[in-house]
Design a protein around this ligand. Structure first.
Ligand code: CMP
Length: 225
């Protein structure tokens, strides 16, 4: 388990070593192979999770079978807390995009931590508020931005979390198929592929299987606005 990653999660904000150790002791590690479903939208849920290695996708399926991805989460990020704060079924399906390790915490074990440590409650509120802010932006982009703009924005978001600076640009190993990228952007695979090919032909990025190298960050940022 990657201890440092876990301790940097909002769940551990402001906890001293003893409290962090006690919280960590009440968590259990879980490993998933690429493509495994951790839980389905609509399931009853009584655990929340922190990703310690790999990537998880959170998605919803429409009645006609089409899928939409709400988020891709990486190390240090938490999910599964909505059904705790707003008791009800899981609001999305969680599936591993790579081999993944998560630490799980029962909702039951979270309650005493929240009552005794205001910092943890504040950190979780901060994360929820950030998520709402981001969701508002996504909704606005669906109405006001074109597909290439949304693709540029999604790539920049992935780069901010999974990017690695190198001499030739920012290497973003997003681990997503083109279908998944399209589901993240809320457009067809064809339209998203066309936007990516256009960015590549302009020299803004280089496409690689399940990753992209951003060669001209400034242009991509301008296209995302
Ligand atoms: P829960 O509803 O328990 O299970 C699905 C989880 O997906 C949910 O908790 C949140 O942690 C997460 N989730 C739902 N919607 C979003 C979103 N828009 N952005 C990021 N994460 C989300």
């Amino acid at each position: 388990m990657n201890d440092d990653v876990l301790r940097q999660a909002p769940l551990f904000s402001g906890l001293d070593d003893d409290a962090a150790g006690a919280l960590e002791a009440s968590m259990s590690p879980l490993s998933l192979k690429r493509g495994e479903v951790l839980f389905n939208e609509g399931d009853d849920g009584n655990q929340l999770y922190v990703v310690t290695e790999g990537k998880i996708k959170l998605g919803r399926t429409a009645p006609d079978g089409r899928e939409n991805l709400l988020a891709i989460l990486g190390p240090g990020q938490m999910f599964g807390e909505l059904s705790f704060f707003d008791p009800g079924p899981r609001s999305a399906t969680a599936t591993s995009v790579t081999d993944v390790t998560v630490q799980s915490l029962s909702h039951e074990a979270l309650t005493p931590v929240l009552s005794s440590h205001a910092e943890v409650a504040l950190a979780l509120l901060n994360q929820l508020a950030g998520r709402l802010r981001r969701t508002n932006e996504v909704v606005g982009d669906l109405v006001f931005s074109d597909v290439p703009g949304r693709v540029a924005k999604a790539l920049l978001d992935l780069a901010s979390r999974f990017g690695r600076k190198a001499e030739d640009g920012v290497h973003v190993n997003h681990d997503l198929t083109q279908e998944e990228l399209a589901q993240l952007v809320g457009a067809s695979r064809e339209t998203v592929n066309k936007a990516l090919a256009d960015f590549a032909s302009r020299g803004w990025l280089r496409l690689e299987p399940r990753s992209v190298v951003i060669l001209d960050l400034e242009r991509l940022q301008r296209r995302a606005r």
